[in-house]
Design a protein around this ligand. Structure first.
Ligand code: IMP
Ligand code: MG
Length: 183
């Protein structure tokens, strides 16, 4: 069967319209809170790519953008607990306010590592915006100031999020059929 197909999903959790509403609301809050500040928005590749692009258009303020890529997952659906930097930020964050943009926070391991990393690089203040917040399996306590929506402990894909590098370009967010994981 072709990979990355919509028929691999058993359920749609959030439609493109619902995602768009959440993103607008987050953008409004961030615009209010960061008004008058010099800040840099840092997207975590690759999962946040869609969210980052849409959210940035809802932040009606001047800002810098940057990206980091880290890996903590292998091919599976659970974090391995060890975070490796695949790509670091390209500009200095020294003395700047930073907003991290994440697709989904699960164990919190990735985020707590990145927050520490950016503080070590001299960021003044580090805030976090995630579209989805999966609190059930949190291992590391992290402060997340901007949350699109809380989700249950189910593995989701679409809108940037993958399973084994597939489904990132699906425009909705959904839950895959069990048989997809068993291949
Ligand atoms: P954490 O370190 O366990 O919080 O994992 C965070 C990262 O794992 C996120 O940035 C996602 O890229 C990925 N992730 C966590 N849960 C899911 C999921 O349900 N679907 C797809 N990716 C996920
Ligand atoms: Mg991610």
């Amino acid at each position: 069967m072709a990979k990355g197909q919509t028929q691999d999903f058993k359920e749609i959790l959030f439609t493109p319209a619902e995602i768009s509403d959440m993103v607008s609301e987050l953008g409004r809050k961030i615009t209010d809170d960061f008004s008058g500040k010099e800040f840099v928005v840092i997207g975590l590749l690759k999962g946040s790519v869609m969210f980052m692009a849409d959210l940035l258009r809802e932040i009606k303020l001047p800002c810098e953008i940057d990206f980091m890529a880290v890996s903590s997952y292998g091919k599976g659906t659970e974090t391995l607990g060890r975070v490796n930097i695949l790509k670091d930020i390209s500009n200095s964050v020294l003395g700047k306010d930073v907003l991290i943009v994440e697709d989904i926070v699960d164990s919190g391991v990735t985020l707590s590592f990145i927050i520490k990393h950016l503080k070590n690089k001299g960021a003044k203040k580090v805030s976090v915006c995630t579209l989805l917040n999966k609190t059930a399996r949190r291992k590391k306590q992290v402060d997340v100031q901007y949350v699109g929506v809380d989700v249950q402990d189910e593995f989701v894909a679409g809108y940037g999020m993958d399973y084994a590098e597939n489904y990132r370009n699906i425009p909705f967010i959904g839950v895959l059929k069990e048989e997809i994981y068993q291949k």
